[in-house]
Design a protein around this ligand. Structure first.
Ligand code: ADP
Ligand code: MG
Length: 697
């Protein structure tokens, strides 16, 4: 059944697909016939009707036909082939920047040609640059395109270098033929399937819509033919999460009861009172931890809302109950900062805290492994190095994952599986700062219970955000200087030149040189992802202690870093970053009582979208609002930054476009799970085969 849509048949089985095409397709994530069938068009084009040349509108995408009256190669800045065509109503030009002599001779005067593309305004005549064209026989001329393909909409697929639309189309057509010979069973329960079209018919419409099909509806995800697949995929996703949750509820964990042995003295020594929101969330956590079923709770709280304290209070409960705790952070810098905080908090209470990151020497790692196994370490903090197989806990009672959106759903699930290896499963606490709209959270975190910290600690002043072009760098440097002279500290974030840590690091190194020349009296330091662990640690310590005034950094400081005396942040190339990332970065300032500023520097001119983004940053400091705007500005068609959203890749679902379906899907999932467990299983096998292993139902 997992092969409902021929998932077991590799692409190479299709006629005409050899190793080279196979590897091209696999770059698109297409490995099986099923993947191919579920590679849905991005859009459709109508190539069936042709327009009279005299009536075409600039910007319109259409087909024109005419007789070639002149065909010439011209050389201006570069060589071009210009082909003039004429019909009864006017003249148009086909312009080719890439061509060969064969093309020139086939586009000879007197021949009839039809050409398809976007009409641009030329200096004398309308023109199409690089049209798709076809030389026509005299018989075809004047009659509209005759071949069958063009009586339908032409699907346009996302593709990769070296894979043409025609090749994709042909492959999909042969996949469809194969499917028709092996008709799939229905996997939706009848109550649902009766509302949709059968699978083959639906796929036919998606890949070969006739000219009467409402393709706008297909693109909008509203056509019955596509809705069935959206529904199937959402159901599969949701069901997998539900099954994981049910599975978890059948497990046992160690129930923990508060003794106050550590919690009371810890709170007494804390220089501030937890906020109401923190107290409420901690109560949720304590209630979960008192049960003999593993906790699976997500704590969502905006940057600076104080999630670390919540984690510490949860950890103390476990440690009071003689259990070990592990806290995992996505970056070394953050792991080190947590280590520093937890040492300060826990060591006076006599609790042993240790750090484990990938950068430790083999010998030191081994020492840690031993201590962990012997149960000598109560509180282990680290990066994902804490989840290698060699780490064997003596009695692990609680797993805390910080900034989980950095890990993604599948990674989170694999950690969950790793943590849960003994008879007794640890409780899990998952923390995230990226707030996502509620409907999306219902899907992405369907397996978790959620608590929200909806209040910031008192005494914070909102950060004032300023947007300035690069050209006014002098003023910014002046501002940095003033802040430092007033005993404040400054971050200067040098962002993504490319998606490359090395290039990022190089750019940051150059910037430091420049700033040292311009501001010789300041203490300036640099931190980036390519530095050694202990170097990073030294730099961060010096900044935290106030010794360093200006810290030049790559986005390694994006999450978690907490230095309350820093009150100015400069972000270079801010226009290239997403809103959630800007919000996270900006969250590094405004943590103390001083008025803080965030300067977003950009390279002019700003695109429309970038202008909107900058405006949102200036106007809002609320993570939920910013997340919502981020989605709106990106629009529904665009792919979500999966890293940012912590969302698994969907094949046909667009979470923004389809979010209105989510509450129905949630309800349907429950009854399918109850009444049609086989359907549930089949849906997951078909859509999320890789998630199978987390479900031991
Ligand atoms: P985040 O939620 O972004 O992880 P942190 O846990 O880093 O936030 O906390 C941000 C800052 O707020 C830290 O300096 C922390 O000590 C401080 N803080 C946390 N809770 C409170 C509180 N209840 N009152 C005052 N300051 C607090
Ligand atoms: Mg944090």
């Amino acid at each position: 059944m997992a092969d409902r849509l021929l998932n077991h048949i590799p692409l190479a089985k299709l006629a005409g697909i050899g190793p080279s095409l196979e590897s091209k397709f696999s770059q698109l994530g297409i490995k099986s016939v099923q993947d191919l069938l579920l590679h849905f068009p991005l859009r459709y084009e109508d190539r069936s009707t042709s327009s009279a040349i005299g009536e075409v509108a600039i910007g319109e995408t259409t087909t024109i036909q005419g007789c070639i009256i002149k065909s010439e190669i011209i050389i201006t800045k570069r060589k071009m082939l210009l082909c003039h065509i004429q019909d009864d109503s006017g003249i148009a030009i086909l312009r080719f920047l890439h061509f060969n002599m064969g093309m020139k001779s086939s586009l000879a005067p007197g021949k009839w040609v039809s050409a398809y593309g976007e009409i641009k305004s030329g200096s004398h005549y309308p023109e199409i640059i690089h049209p798709q064209f076809k030389i026509q026989s005299q018989k075809e001329a004047h009659s509209a395109f005759a071949d069958a393909n063009e009586e339908r909409f032409t699907p346009i697929y996302s593709t990769t270098h070296g894979l043409t639309q025609n090749v994709i189309r042909k492959a999909i057509q042969s996949a469809l033929i194969l499917l028709k010979r092996n008709p799939p069973d229905e996997i939706l329960p009848t109550t649902l399937s009766s509302r949709y079209l059968p699978v083959i018919e639906s796929l036919d419409i998606v890949h070969n819509p006739s000219l009467t099909t409402d393709v706008e509806q297909l693109i909008a995800g509203e056509h019955l033919a596509i809705k069935r697949f959206i529904l199937e995929e959402l159901l599969a996703y949701h069901l997998s999460m539900l099954l994981i949750k049910f599975d978890n509820q059948r497990q046992h964990s160690y129930p923990m009861h508060i003794t106050q042995h550590y919690i009371r003295p810890f709170l007494a020594a804390l220089p501030f009172e937890p906020t109401k929101a923190q107290k409420r969330v901690v109560q949720d956590i304590y209630q979960d931890m008192a049960k003999s079923v593993p906790m699976m709770r997500l704590v969502q709280g905006d940057v600076g809302s104080g999630k670390t304290l919540v984690a510490a209070l949860a950890a103390l409960n476990a440690i009071e109950n003689k259990q070990q705790v592990v806290l995992m952070a996505p970056t070394e810098i953050l792991a080190e900062q947590h280590f520093h905080n937890f040492c300060q908090w826990f060591e006076p209470l006599g609790i042993k805290v240790e750090l484990l990151t990938g950068r430790l020497t083999a010998k030191n790692k081994q020492l840690r492994y031993n201590d962990i196994e012997l149960g000598e370490i109560s509180m282990l903090i680290g990066t994902h190095a804490v989840f290698v197989d060699k780490v064997k806990f003596n009695h692990l009672g609680l797993v805390i994952i910080d900034e989980q959106h950095r890990f993604g759903v599948n990674q989170r699930l694999s950690l969950w599986e790793k943590g849960a290896k003994d008879e007794c499963h640890p409780h899990q606490l998952i923390m995230t700062a990226t707030p996502i709209p509620r409907t999306l959270a219902m899907t992405v975190y369907a397996d978790l219970d959620v608590s929200i910290i909806d209040e910031l600690p008192p005494g914070r002043t909102p950060v004032t955000t300023i947007v300035i072009p690069n050209s006014r760098r002098d003023e910014i440097i002046e501002k940095v200087n003033n802040a430092c002279l007033n005993n404040r500290q400054v971050y200067w974030v040098c962002t993504l030149v490319e998606e490359s840590e090395t290039l990022d690091a190089q750019a940051a190194e150059m910037l430091v040189e420049e700033l040292r020349l311009l501001l010789p009296h300041l203490k300036i330091a640099l931190v980036h992802g390519k530095m050694k662990s202990d170097e990073k640690q030294t730099v961060m310590k010096a900044f935290k202690s106030g010794e360093t005034q200006l810290l030049v950094a790559t986005t390694v400081i994006e999450v978690g870093v907490d230095v309350p005396n820093a009150s100015l942040m400069i972000i270079e190339n801010a226009e290239r970053l997403g809103l959630s990332q800007l919000h996270q970065l900006r969250g590094r300032v405004g943590r103390g009582s001083a008025i803080s500023y965030c300067v977003l520097m950009y390279q002019a001119p700003l695109s429309k979208v970038a202008q909107q983004r900058m405006k949102v940053m200036r106007e809002s400091s609320d993570g939920f609002v910013i997340a919502q705007k981020d989605l709106e500005i990106r629009g529904s068609g665009e792919i979500l930054g999966t890293r940012q959203m912590g969302v698994a890749n969907f094949k046909v679902v667009d979470l923004i476009r389809d979010q209105h379906l989510i509450s129905d899907v949630q309800q349907a999932s429950y009854y399918i799970q109850q009444d049609y467990p086989e359907s549930a299983q089949q849906l997951i096998e078909c859509w999320l085969p890789e998630r199978q292993k987390y479900i031991n139902a």
